[in-house]
Design a protein around this ligand. Structure first.
Ligand SMILES: [Zn+2]
Length: 141
């Protein structure tokens, strides 16, 4: 494991925490601002900030999800995600902060020597506007 990571800006990296994160649907509510973590940039985690709009069924996991509005999403401005993908931005929230810190601990050192924006490749969006974590695709249909 002494090999340095590849220098590509796209770095498929196992997500150490999100698939097992225990967070309820009710943890979020319409109007919250959240971020979906996607990688590392300049020594910090980065992701897409979105606004929680309304409850919506997340078909990839067959569980309750949330409809999100991504102001920079273009044709896919509205997507549906699973609560465990989200981190609160709009309020300081101990549950989300613990997850954020753990993700930082797991990832920042790994990419510490790189200035580029690193996309860890965890998320895709389906044609039906469902945001899916890679772990939920493998486990699904
Ligand atoms: Zn939270």
């Amino acid at each position: 494991m002494s090999q340095p990571p590849p220098t590509s800006a796209f770095a498929p990296t196992p997500d150490p925490l999100t698939p097992d994160r225990d967070i309820t649907h009710a943890h979020f509510q319409a109007g919250d601002t959240v971020v979906v973590l996607k990688g590392v940039a300049g020594g910090e985690l980065w992701g897409d900030a979105m606004r929680v709009v309304a409850p919506s069924w997340h078909t990839p996991t067959d569980e309750d999800g949330w409809r999100l509005r991504d102001a920079t999403g273009g044709v896919q401005s509205y997507i549906t995600g699973h609560p465990r993908y989200f981190v609160h931005l709009s309020r300081r929230c101990p549950d989300c902060l613990i997850y954020l810190r753990a993700m930082e601990n797991a990832l920042l050192l790994r990419f510490a020597d790189r200035d580029k924006l690193i996309d860890c490749g965890w998320y895709t969006t389906t044609a039906l506007g469902q945001l899916v974590h890679i772990a939920d695709i493998r486990g699904g249909r």
